[in-house]
Design a protein around this ligand. Structure first.
Ligand code: C5P
Length: 224
């Protein structure tokens, strides 16, 4: 069974998707980590981000591996380093590269092949896994998302104002919702969960209920 969880930055997808996978004993795939690792590779190599051909060529040579919930770039575990703000700021150019999107989408399908998996990103339900049995779209207002991000950052010792966070978030939202392929959107058959007034526990329960509903209807179809 494939469960897709999509939504904008800061909607809480990552932690919810991980917890859902844990509860159901499903595998977990963080597709943003793949785009982040490629971005990190290009930044480290000093590739000119305004040169699309150079980016495409270099990105195509990078070796990526998703293994046990860690992301490896040319064999090195970069799961922590990819969270740096420099990576988030530069990622839009990388996520716009069509050949790279095609390659990463194919890798994502290979990871999911024959498994029960929760996969998280922007385009999972609408483009990468259009036939997934269960699609969830998590969302929240820009203010709520920025406040949550501010809290997360302050826990790691980074203090940014809400305006600074909103600025970067708005930029990324615009990039994510306007690209031609792989843009952030809810699949027509996705269930949208607005998390504005929900605690993370309530979001987890809401998503688990959706999945249990799908599992039950699957069981009753098999029985009849
Ligand atoms: O989810 P996360 O914030 O790590 O994603 C980082 C960026 O990677 C997104 O803002 C988006 O540009 C890109 N991305 C994407 N398609 C995905 C997952 C992430 O384009 N499936």
């Amino acid at each position: 069974m494939i469960v897709t969880i999509d939504g904008p930055a800061g909607a809480g997808k990552s932690s919810i998707a991980r917890q859902v996978a844990d509860r159901l004993a499903f595998d977990f795939l963080d597709t943003g980590a793949m785009y982040r690792a490629v971005t990190l590779g290009c930044l480290r190599a000093g590739v000119d981000f305004d040169d699309v051909d150079a980016l495409e060529q270099f990105a195509g040579c990078l070796e990526l591996r998703w293994d046990d919930q860690r992301i490896f770039l040319n064999g090195e575990d970069v799961s922590e380093e990819i969270r740096q703000p420099e990576v988030s700021a530069a990622i839009g150019r990388i996520a716009d590269l069509l050949p790279l999107r095609a390659r990463l989408s194919e890798m994502q399908r290979q990871v999911a092949e024959g498994r029960d998996i929760v996969t998280e990103g922007r385009d999972q339900g609408a483009e990468v896994f259009p036939h997934a049995e269960c699609k969830v779209f998590l969302t929240a207002s820009p203010q709520t998302r920025a406040r949550r991000r501010q809290l997360q950052l302050s826990e790691t010792g980074v203090d940014l104002s809400i305006d600074e966070i909103l600025d970067a978030q708005n930029r990324r939202d615009l990039e994510d919702t306007t690209r031609d392929v792989g843009r952030l959107r809810a699949a027509d058959d996705a269930i949208v969960v607005n998390t504005d007034c929900l605690s993370s526990d309530e979001v987890l329960q809401a998503v688990l209920e959706i999945i249990h509903g799908v599992l039950e209807s699957r069981t009753s179809k098999t029985a009849s």
